[in-house]
Design a protein around this ligand. Structure first.
Ligand SMILES: [Zn+2]
Length: 295
């Protein structure tokens, strides 16, 4: 397997806080709908029950989930939601190093970090691999998922029709002040944007990541809004970004293609003006920007 376990220490430093964002999770959800929709869950297996959060214990989890059918797979922010028959929903958040794998037994067995696995009808397995075991699994009644803390707090969904400029502007206004990059990554404002895409969006919009939102002009806010839509859509088309840690994979174990198109995140020179990209580190999270283009 390709992961960087031998250099974990280095990984912790450099890629701390790198997690799948909207384009990666959306890619996984679309693929899951093609592969596992309407399949029945015949067996559930865990070797690290701590991944299971919420009120339902491992034994009850098995009893509820086994025998259910996957009706459809959806996304809320960075959460993957399996809607099951019988009015139940299974929510998975991949956190830093989680991966969903779908395939036959041999394919799943190749991954040494599988800690949760479901056998489905048709001899297909759906597994959760997680090197660092921060991923989260929650089983909840479908009617109650909107009340879960993880879902309730989510702000605007950038792929939804109601993500208009007016709605975005209003969500910013509610925050009053704060650095624009931090605000973009705040899941209660816009959901699904993390460190990679926040850097890319601000590079495209030519706005400094450190600019306070109360100082943004109308034009800058419009540029940021347009960049959110454009970049997320382009990244989804290429099945998300796998960067040089090679951590993110889709459900077939393949890398995303958008990593090669990144313009700021871990880049050396600005693709617009050639100025070296500046990098600053705050609480383990790196910000990349062009001092000349982004004001
Ligand atoms: Zn530049």
């Amino acid at each position: 397997m390709h992961c960087c376990i031998a250099t974990m220490k280095q990984c912790n430093k450099i890629y701390y806080n790198r997690m799948p964002e909207l384009p990666e999770v959306e890619t996984i959800v679309r693929q899951l709908n093609k592969k596992v929709k309407s399949l029945k869950i015949t067996k559930v297996w865990f070797d690290y029950p701590k991944l299971l959060k919420g009120e339902i214990n491992q034994q009850n989890f098995k009893e509820i989930v086994e025998g259910k059918t996957i009706l459809k797979v959806a996304r809320e922010g960075k959460n993957i939601i399996f809607h099951l028959s019988g009015g139940w929903s299974l929510i998975i958040h991949l956190k830093l190093t989680g991966r969903i794998l779908v395939g036959n037994d041999d394919f799943i067995a190749e991954d040494p970090y599988v800690h949760f696995k479901m056998e489905l009808s048709d001899g297909i397995y759906l597994a959760l691999s997680d090197l660092r075991k921060f991923a989260k699994i929650i089983l909840e009644k479908t009617e109650k998922i909107k009340t879960l803390e993880e879902i309730k707090k989510l702000g605007l969904e950038p792929l939804a029709k109601d993500f208009t400029f007016e709605a975005f502007d209003e969500a910013l206004a509610k925050k009053r002040s704060g650095k624009i990059k931090n605000i973009l990554m705040d899941q209660s404002v816009v959901s699904g944007i993390g460190n990679i895409y926040a850097n890319e969006i601000l590079w495209k919009a030519k706005v400094s990541p450190f600019k306070d939102i109360k100082l943004l002009s109308l034009k800058e806010k419009r540029e940021i809004y347009e960049a959110i839509k454009k970049i997320l859509q382009e990244a989804i088309k290429l099945r998300g970004s796998t960067i040089n840690d090679e951590m993110y994979r889709d459900i077939k174990g393949e890398m995303g293609g958008y990593g090669k198109l990144l313009k700021a995140y871990h880049q050396e020179k600005c693709a617009r003006c050639g100025t070296p990209i500046k990098r600053t580190l705050e609480k383990g999270r790196a910000t990349f920007y062009c001092e000349r283009c982004q004001n």
